[in-house]
Design a protein around this ligand. Structure first.
Ligand code: NAP
Ligand code: MG
Length: 401
């Protein structure tokens, strides 16, 4: 066997939960370790270890990502009441992704993996749509409470020159709920910067939308910051690259996206990006075909699959049943991280291997060998549904074939 490909700086490896943890191990053992002298700084973000470390491991892994620059993350459980019981947790720990995003700041770019035979549900979408999701604040960093009947809710801001109050609602004849959300000019600026830079990098138009007609201060601030940064820093570059920046209202954007042919970056506020990326991923084929990378303003990259831990498949796996879970997005998280590491460390061989591995996985699907999620939608005539492991083994054959 040829000599293994060398690495210089380790990747930050964030292991996770359930079916994706099973896939994680297979990818490493079958597709990476035999070919690469894999260097990683390992953090176990599996729920058991998060609980054992009082979730310190999550913050530590994010700090490592900041320091080393490139991380690869497995999907993780975000605990709810049922999970607290299932795992006997000390606390309902916060979403690891939320914690990591809060530490790294930045923007999440999600793009579908395109393969022949997996046709988008929207026939007009001939090019991929990349969703750029703002990864900080709004409803993900909220403060909310239930309010009893008869209460009066106000926003109170204590500034240098005293207090400002705004009525939220007088709950005179019924109780209800309230929520306080925030964002910062700094975070919105770095969101805009990542989007403009990313668009220039891939030479695609950038779309952005909010609800500034209704939210005249909050959403309007996003619109203004984007506009100001575009006018004062990016307009010339965009003109030279032959691309455009386009702003509209979020509902108008949705309508235009459906009618578009794809091939642009769609920048979304945090919640819009959460929802729209699942819609776009599903319409492009499967959640198992959506990649995700968090780009921090300081230039740290964290790669992951956009989907979760595929719990339903995992429970079947535990019962000893054979699963057919798509490993593409998790594999592309690894290859994305390895390519970036190769680029940053000047290791062309490492980047080339990652690229070759991606092509081998896509070729496997295009040759008609695929997991159940793709089998259900593939337009290929000659197709075969294979198990989780068979798909990875077939990809290995294609890698060497
Ligand atoms: P999910 O794990 O994404 O799975 C939802 C469904 O989508 C699956 O049941 C499966 O459908 C299909 N699916 C998703 N990924 C697939 C793949 N790779 N191959 C084949 N089918 C796939 O979402 P969930 O069930 O709502 O959440 C499960 C756990 O993941 C939760 O504990 C949640 O907190 C966590 N989660 C983590 C992340 C993250 O770490 N980034 C993101 C989302 C959710 P069928 O069952 O119909 O086959
Ligand atoms: Mg989501």
């Amino acid at each position: 066997m040829a000599e293994k490909i060398k690495m210089l700086t380790p990747l930050v490896e964030m292991d996770g939960d359930e079916m994706t943890r099973v896939i994680w191990k297979m990818i490493k053992e079958i597709l990476l370790l035999p070919y690469i002298d894999l260097k990683t700084e390992y953090y176990d973000l599996g729920l058991k270890n998060r609980d054992a470390t009082d979730d310190r491991v999550t913050a530590e892994s994010a700090a490592a990502a900041k320091k080393l620059g490139v991380a690869v993350k497995c999907a993780t459980i975000t605990p709810n009441a049922q999970r607290v019981k299932e795992y006997g947790l000390k606390e309902m720990w916060k979403s690891p992704n939320g914690t990591i995003r809060a530490i790294l700041d930045g923007t999440v770019f999600r793009a579908p993996i395109v393969a022949k035979g997996i046709e988008p549900l929207v026939p007009g979408w001939v090019k991929p749509i990349t969703i750029a999701r703002h990864a900080y604040g709004d409803v993900y960093k909220n403060s909310e409470m239930a309010v009893e009947e008869g209460a009066k809710a106000e926003l109170v801001v204590t500034g240098k020159n005293g207090e400002t109050r705004r009525l939220i609602h007088d709950f005179t004849d019924t109780g209800g709920i309230i929520q306080g959300v925030h964002n910062t000019d700094k975070s919105i600026r770095s969101f805009a910067k990542s989007c403009f830079d990313f668009a220039l990098g891939v030479k695609q138009d950038l779309w952005f939308a909010t609800k500034d007609t209704i939210s005249k201060t909050y959403d309007h601030r996003f619109k203004d910051i984007f506009a100001e940064m575009y006018e004062n820093g990016y307009k010339d570059g965009f003109n030279k690259a032959g691309i455009e920046y386009f702003y509209t209202l979020i509902d108008d954007a949705v309508a235009r996206v459906m009618r578009s042919e794809g091939g642009y970056i769609w920048a979304c506020k945090n919640y819009d990006g959460d929802v729209m990326s699942d819609m776009v991923a599903t319409a492009f084929g499967s959640l198992g075909m959506m990649t995700s990378v968090l780009v921090s303003p300081e230039g740290a990259y964290e790669y992951e699959a956009a989907h979760g831990t595929v719990t339903r498949h995992y429970y079947r796996h535990l019962e000893g049943e054979e699963t057919s879970t798509n490993s593409m997005a998790t594999l592309f998280a690894w290859t994305g991280a390895l390519k970036k590491r190769g680029e940053l460390d000047g290791l062309a061989e490492l980047s080339a291997f990652a690229e070759k591995l991606e092509k081998a996985a896509v070729r496997t699907v295009e040759n008609g060998v695929m997991t159940g999620d793709l089998y259900a939608i593939s337009t290929l005539e000659d197709k075969k549904k294979v198990s989780t492991e068979e798909f990875i083994r077939e990809t290995e054959k294609n890698l060497n074939g």
